[in-house]
Design a protein around this ligand. Structure first.
Ligand code: PLP
Length: 288
């Protein structure tokens, strides 16, 4: 069934939505994005995603084409028009269409940033059966660029990583650099649990500042759990009691195997299961 999508001020059937071949998002991956979950027809942590969008745009000297109020209204309108109960809203802002290909950025007064939003329906998103069995991950070298804290659409290597995982009979890949130190997953932040303590890499330019990560760490601390923000290695993860990843679309997803080594019991652990429960409960309550 055809969706209604939003492109540069217009709501259109998806077949009629068009972007120029000169759009810099298409030619240069000169674009940033956000993905916001929808549960029960409501947006999860919209404020967090809007804030990170501001940051990504500011770091790339790009202007936000619509106000935050308009952005929220567009999200809600698309959710309503497409009857999304559970799913996602994808948002992309590009540096726009200068009418030709050129490495230099166009003057933002002459060329307006472009904006596209669409929904993806995912019935039962919060009841993903994968959360019951957990994921198997492989580790691969992190050869991405040095500003992974900016949420750009340069997703070729994460896509290659996902394919390498599939080829190895696994679900996802964790990026590693500096002798086996884990940065993050292809599209999620990575955590281990040892002796009840939750360990996840500290924020820097090396990883994306996950909106789900921020929420999880807040909920964990509120529940009196111990959190340590520091780097960890694949070997440390393999010796951990539990591991998991977080993202806006997967929430909290258990990891039960890393590079062929089963963690703990080989099943999703109690800390991971509890955090998933708390996250879903609190996020649903705060959804708008
Ligand atoms: N790290 C990377 C590389 C990602 O692509 C994502 C999400 O797309 C995340 C972490 C998780 O971020 P969030 O929780 O904001 O979805």
């Amino acid at each position: 069934m055809s969706r209604t999508v939003y492109v540069n001020g217009e709501y259109l059937p998806e077949e009629e939505a068009k972007i120029s071949i000169f759009d810099r998002g298409f030619l240069m991956a000169d674009a940033v994005y956000e993905v916001t979950s929808v549960l029960g027809g409501k947006l999860i942590d919209f404020a967090g995603h809007a804030e990170r969008l501001h940051r990504s745009l500011a770091l790339l000297d790009m202007r936000q084409p619509v106000t935050d109020e308009e952005l929220l209204a567009i999200h809600r309108e698309l959710v309503a028009r497409n009857g999304i109960e559970d799913g996602l809203v994808y948002l992309q802002v590009t540096r726009g269409n200068p009418g030709d290909r050129d490495f230099a950025f166009p003057d933002p007064d002459q060329v307006k940033a472009g904006i596209v939003l669409f929904t993806q329906s995912k019935p039962g998103l919060a009841d993903n059966p994968a959360a019951k069995v957990g994921m198997k991950v492989i580790s691969i070298p992190d050869i991405r660029w040095g500003r992974r804290d900016i949420k750009t659409v340069q997703l070729l290597y994460p896509s290659i990583g996902k394919m390498m995982a599939k080829k190895a009979g696994c679900d996802d890949a964790w990026f590693v650099e500096d002798e086996g130190v884990v940065t993050e997953g292809t599209s999620n932040n990575a955590y281990i649990v040892k002796g009840g303590k939750i360990v996840t890499r500290q924020l820097s330019e090396d990883i994306l500042h996950g909106i789900t990560r921020a929420a999880i760490l807040r909920f964990a601390r509120e529940a009196q759990m111990v959190v340590e923000e520091r780097a960890f290695t694949v070997a440390e993860a393999q010796a951990a009691d539990e591991a998991f990843v977080t993202s806006a679309s997967a929430f909290v997803m258990p990891v039960v195997e890393i590079d062929g080594v089963a963690l703990g019991s080989g099943e999703p652990g109690p800390v991971t299961r509890r955090l998933r429960e708390i996250y879903l409960e609190e996020s649903r309550k705060a959804a708008i």
